[in-house]
Design a protein around this ligand. Structure first.
Ligand code: 13P
Length: 256
């Protein structure tokens, strides 16, 4: 099974809408020199989605648009929240769900993550569901068990077709924004175990089709090492996705 490689940029709480529009224009220019089949996704803050989607549409930029979060209700009195249909209306086809920063600072539980994953699929978007262990779990050797439990809960109750489309981003918390990373082999071990968990839940065909990204201090210098691993289908990039040059270098490393 040849899974399409994916490089997704999580811009986090950086860029105004004007800065986001310029950034995606710069990326588009640099991507012209890249040949190879990689799915490129950018995830600006909510306030930048309209401006970035306008650039993508008018300049026919081969970049897909994603949001960084979504609420699960279709509409209602939920001040401050954003519904799935509001995102699809702006052209979002992906949405990050359950990022560790949301789990940590906004108390998102696996149950909340699961509701958001289901709501994303119900609206036609593909969730990029984030999982990953804190340092203490890594040091106790419990990483695979910890991540398996996050996948079992976060990806529960899906249609098999949706499970096959799911993207899981494995982001060890201690590797995010720190410059530290697991070895590519160790990232692959966790990616393989995530795929096996989806296989146990939804069967081998779904497991073979779903994609697992690695995230956490991915840079142009180390990206290729992760992309060489058989169960790693791309990357979710934070800091290095805020500069067109470094982001596109990572996209290049994913072409094969
Ligand atoms: P960094 O690439 O900045 O470590 O961030 C990773 C991340 O959290 C992407 O979602």
């Amino acid at each position: 099974m040849d899974r399409r490689m994916m490089v997704a940029g999580n811009w986090k709480m950086y860029t105004t809408s004007a800065e986001g529009a310029v950034l995606v224009q710069d990326m588009a220019r640099e991507l012209e020199a890249v040949h190879g089949d990689v799915e490129v996704v950018v995830c600006p803050p909510f306030t930048g989605l309209k401006a970035v989607s306008t650039v993508i549409e008018y300049d026919r930029v081969p970049i897909a648009l994603g949001a960084q979060d979504v609420f699960w209700e279709r509409e209602g009195a939920f001040t401050g929240e954003i519904a799935p249909g509001m995102l699809t209306h702006l052209g979002c086809t992906y949405v990050i769900v359950g990022h560790s920063e949301r789990r940590e600072h906004f108390n998102e539980t696996d149950e909340i993550v699961n509701r958001k994953v289901k709501a994303a699929f119900a609206s036609g978007m593909t969730p990029i569901m984030c999982v990953g262990e804190p340092l203490a779990i890594r040091e106790s050797g419990e990483t695979e068990r910890f991540v398996r439990d996050q996948v079992l809960a976060g990806a529960a109750g899906l249609e098999t077709d949706d499970a096959a489309r799911l993207v899981v981003a494995y982001e060890p918390i201690w590797a995010i924004g720190t410059g530290r990373t697991p070895t590519p082999e160790s990232a692959n071990d966790v990616a393989r175990s995530i795929r096996a968990t989806i296989g146990a839940m939804y069967g081998p065909p779904a497991a073979m089709q779903m994609r697992v990204l690695y995230g956490g201090s991915v840079k142009p210098e180390n990206a290729a090492h992760f992309f060489r691993e058989p169960d790693v289908d791309g990357a979710l990039v934070g800091g290095a996705s805020l500069k067109a040059g470094s982001f596109v270098e990572i996209v290049k490393a994913a072409t094969r």
